[in-house]
Ligand binder design. Structure first.
Ligand code: DAH
Length: 472
């Protein structure tokens, strides 16, 4: 079998609704979980019975799933009890929408890179910021979490929130996974653009794969305090007492943090003005990320609604120290491309980025990434609503995320939304029952109820078989 990268030419803060690495997830009271009881992910392995080499249309194979291993971009990941990737999810890794010249995500990406190049002119002929937009989305647990100080017990590591290739590797959940390795390689200023993967609910603003842009800027003493005389007097790091306060990390001086914060915030306000226009109303919200302190989110007022567009902060010094850049201080930010593009082009449904329908694709076929395009609905085809009710398996764990994945892997892009509409506990039977409403809709033609029923029956069968639920 030939392994090659796919021919498609050259995605939280940052998800659509906040799917992030913030602390706030920790603080959610148990009752805000949709079920009200603790759900643990049910260990399931799609690859057990499938042998599924996937072609990209040119005879090249980007990934393969065998009973014992997942092969992705030429690397082999042995299957274990942690494996929860499926062929559908793996197939998204070869789309690389941010590298498709006419995809709206690529237009927005180009606007952002363009802005950063202009904002940080270089003294040499090559730009100050290096751009990495084709790094392998399969990363180690150490890259995705440990290298940026995400605690071992942080909820964002959960199997029910991520696509694990096995207990040591996953499809990256954010582009921050590459920060440490790029710093270690000697870079001071870089952007990472890439597809990221998270298990989540399904609706018009969520898709299990989406795209992010990450930026890191490391500064030495003379970058921070540009004036020679000031630089001689001021320092980046405390030599005496070291205390962490809400304003700064223990090792940083107040002066250094003030200068870096001001540079970061000015850059980001200019960035959103570049994207949304000079008059855009903005506000800063203090937040918490394990990899920055202090940390903020930037929100923009878009048609009367406050929309969170990015997360940022002063990088935790130990990330820099561990990566061999302990003499510098850094800022970083991360943003989600879908959220920005949906607003900028008035794209109503996140699945449209993945559409190959000519009516959709055609609208963005412009060379100028600044062309003011307003998306026109190709056509409103009717949705089909089908409900599914089942008893959860006895003495076993079940997670809605497993069910969402299963529906998506069977219905593909025809699935518009899956929502838990009812749940109850039957005392006599001592079992939980869930009812989900699935909305099927084809983006480019009318899906008949009969066609939807066929998919729905396949979902029922697969749920009974793979998730061991009893259909009611
Ligand atoms: N990685 C974060 C997320 O996906 C976004 C982010 C926040 C990136 C703050 C950063 C940062 O670099 O400084 O939710």
């Amino acid at each position: 079998m030939k392994m090659a990268s796919c021919a498609c030419a050259p995605l939280s803060v940052t998800g659509m609704i906040q799917r992030s690495f913030k602390i706030s997830k920790f603080l959610l009271p148990q009752s805000t979980c949709s079920s009200g009881y603790l759900r643990l992910s049910h260990s399931r392995n799609y690859s057990q019975s499938v042998v599924n080499p996937v072609e990209n249309g040119n005879g090249d194979v980007n990934f393969a799933v065998t009973p014992t291993a997942t092969i992705l971009n030429g690397k082999t990941y042995p299957v274990d009890e942690y494996t929860n990737v499926n062929p559908k999810i793996l197939s998204y890794t070869c789309r690389k929408l941010h590298l498709q010249k006419y995809n709206p995500l690529c237009h927005v990406k180009r606007r952002i890179i363009d802005f950063i190049y202009k904002e940080f002119p270089s003294r040499t002929r090559s730009p100050l910021f290096s751009v990495f937009d084709d790094l392998d989305p399969a990363v180690s647990v150490e890259q995705n979490f440990d290298s940026i100080l995400i605690p071992k017990d942080h909820p964002s590591r959960k199997k029910s929130d991520n696509y694990y290739l096995n207990n040591n590797h996953l499809l990256r959940a954010h582009t921050s996974s590459h920060q440490a390795e790029l710093i270690r390689s000697g870079l001071n200023n870089f952007l990472v653009v890439g597809d990221v993967y998270r298990r989540d609910e399904i609706d018009k603003t969520h898709f299990p794969a989406f795209h992010q842009v990450e930026a890191v800027r490391l500064c030495g003493l003379h970058d921070v305090f540009r004036d020679e005389n000031i630089a001689r007097e001021l320092k980046l790091f405390e030599t005496g007492k070291c205390v962490r306060t809400p304003e700064k990390q223990e090792t940083h001086t107040v002066d250094a943090v003030m200068m870096m914060t001001s540079a970061l915030k000015t850059t980001l306000i200019k960035l959103v003005q570049h994207l949304f226009g000079k008059d855009v109303e903005t506000r800063w919200v203090e937040t918490f990320f394990p990899f920055t302190h202090p940390s903020w989110e930037l929100e923009v007022n878009y048609n009367g609604e406050w929309l969170e567009v990015l997360g940022c902060g002063i990088m935790e010094q130990s990330i820099l120290q561990n990566a061999g850049a302990g003499d510098k201080i850094g800022w970083a930010f991360g943003l989600g491309l879908e959220r920005l593009a949906m607003k900028l082009y008035q794209i109503p449904d996140i699945r449209l980025f993945w559409s190959v329908d000519s009516g959709v694709v055609h609208q963005f076929k412009v060379d100028d990434p600044y062309a003011p395009i307003i998306y026109k609905p190709v056509s409103q085809y009717p949705p089909c609503k089908n409900d599914i009710s089942f008893w959860l398996p006895e003495n076993s764990t079940f997670s809605s995320a497993d069910f969402y994945d299963l529906v998506r892997s069977i219905g593909g892009e025809l699935v518009e939304q899956v929502s838990l509409v009812d749940e109850f506990y039957h005392k006599k039977k001592q079992r939980w029952s869930h009812c989900y409403r699935i909305i099927y809709r084809d983006m480019s033609k009318t899906l008949t109820q009969e066609e939807a029923n066929v998919i729905h029956a396949a979902v029922e069968q697969a749920a009974a078989k793979n998730l061991r639920v009893d259909i009611r």
